[in-house]
Design a protein around this ligand. Structure first.
Ligand code: FAD
Length: 393
């Protein structure tokens, strides 16, 4: 390593976790973010036990635990019949199995905790209103190119600018992400706006053909997060566009009235068209590496994109702390993360097709298999994901 800092492009969950992780190992970084202030969208996020393993390593475990809501179960409902298909209990046995809980949290709270950890560290510098356009490298130096401003020089570049990463575009050149055509709408409502009989302390998935609804409590149960998805086959990558409730309701006529009511109670809906990419086997170019959605963007169906970004951050910091030439450090990081993140990317698509959105015989198979699973079966099934600290594939 040289005296230069590590340059982290993007101040989202992945970028901030990276800076916090590097600081934990005594390494300097500069986070370069395009937005003029750092914040997350107003929505919830599910965090598996693997994310809690990360929080502890990043030095934010206790603060994060205070802001999280500890739900009792993951519930799978048939959106057409309104009947429960199965539930995964998340109580004592689950926590003991994985050594950590499954929880939900407001994105702004998660992001804020990571940001505070960065601000508190003299090893992290944050530059907002800096839009990264690309990188160059020469000898032991790397440069981040910034729109309309001077380059920033560092020892390494970490591209954590998400789905439309310019660093990925320069490094891999694989064009825009794949547009799934699945349209997702999000709303966060006060708990008293949520139908009384659905104020469950659970992350609940109402699964129907080509559509689903998810809801769970946030902010100590004072709010509910609503996520509604439908295959509208849109071919434009939309992120956070405001839409009317009537638009969200379209296509849900066939689902149980109880589930439809959830949509009626949402307001201030915003829309996304979900994108991902096929896994790739190289995200390193010399002293430059990708991280989080820049490296392995995935559909939301496994609720693991942010968890994987934080695991990347932990693994990357760990590899830097082990030492060696920067090029070797980054290749080691990639080698430790590749199979696991690709597996989650691929599983996220499969889960969407076979658990969230199947119809007819495929739905019958899902119900049959999932009804036959005991809580112990679920723990064994998910151990590769939740039981790992992400330092090995
Ligand atoms: C509907 C939905 C639900 C989800 N639910 C979950 C869940 O329950 N659990 C979970 O773990 N994950 C979930 N995810 C996935 C998760 O949101 C992402 O995987 C995660 O936010 C990726 O973090 P990131 O830091 O890699 O990228 P981002 O969050 O996209 O952050 C990138 C940052 O880089 C900045 N940036 C972009 N371009 C530039 C540039 N040129 N120069 C400088 N800065 C730039 C952006 O402004 C942003 O701050 C969900 C995703 C969606 C769409």
């Amino acid at each position: 390593m040289t005296d230069h800092p590590i340059l982290v492009a993007g101040g989202g969950i992945g970028g901030l976790a990276t800076a916090a992780g590097l600081a934990q190992k005594g390494l300097r970084s500069v986070v370069v973010e395009q937005a003029s202030d750092l914040r997350e969208i107003g929505a919830g996020i599910q965090i598996g036990p693997n994310a809690f393993h990360c929080f502890d390593t990043l030095g934010v475990g206790q603060t994060m635990r205070r802001g999280a809501v500890y739900i009792d179960a993951l519930r799978l409902m048939d959106a057409r019949s309104g009947e429960e298909i199965t539930r995964i209990p998340l109580g004592e046995d689950f926590r003991a199995y994985f050594g950590n809980p499954y929880a939900v949290i407001h994105r702004a709270d998660l992001h804020r905790v990571l940001l505070d950890a960065c601000i508190a560290s003299p090893l992290v510098e944050i530059r907002t209103a800096h839009r990264v356009t690309g990188y160059s490298q020469e000898g032991t130096k790397t440069r981040l190119h910034i729109d309309g401003q001077h380059d920033i020089t560092g020892a390494a570049v970490i591209g954590a600018e998400g789905l439309h990463s310019p660093i990925r575009s320069q490094m891999i050149g694989d064009g825009p992400p794949r547009i799934s055509g699945h349209t997702t709408y999000r709303s966060v409502i006060p708990a008293d706006q949520m139908p009384q009989d659905l104020r469950w302390n659970a992350a609940t998935l109402w699964a129907g053909p080509k559509c689903h609804i998810v809801h769970y409590p946030l902010k100590g149960g004072k709010m509910y997060n609503l996520v509604v998805t439908y295959h509208r086959d849109l071919q434009e990558a939309v992120a956070g566009r405001p839409v009317s409730r009537d638009e969200v309701m379209q296509g849900f006529e066939h689902i149980a009235p109880r589930a439809q009511k959830i949509i009626e109670h949402g307001d201030n809906w915003k829309m996304w068209v979900l994108c991902d990419r096929d896994p790739i086997s190289n995200w390193v170019d010399g002293r430059v590496a990708l991280l989080g959605d820049s490296a392995h963007p995935m559909l939301q169906y496994f609720a693991q994109g942010a968890c994987m970004a934080m695991e990347d951050a932990v693994c990357l910091s760990h590899c830097f702390a082990e030492g060696g030439p920067v090029e070797d450090v980054l290749l080691r990081y990639q080698q430790k993360r590749l199979v696991r993140t690709a597996r989650v990317q691929m599983n996220s698509r499969l889960i969407g097709d076979y658990i969230y959105h199947p119809d007819d015989a495929k739905a019958a198979v899902r119900d049959h298999v999932m009804k036959g699973m005991s809580p112990e079966d679920w723990c064994r099934q998910l151990n590769w994901l939740y039981g790992s600290n992400g330092l090995e594939n």
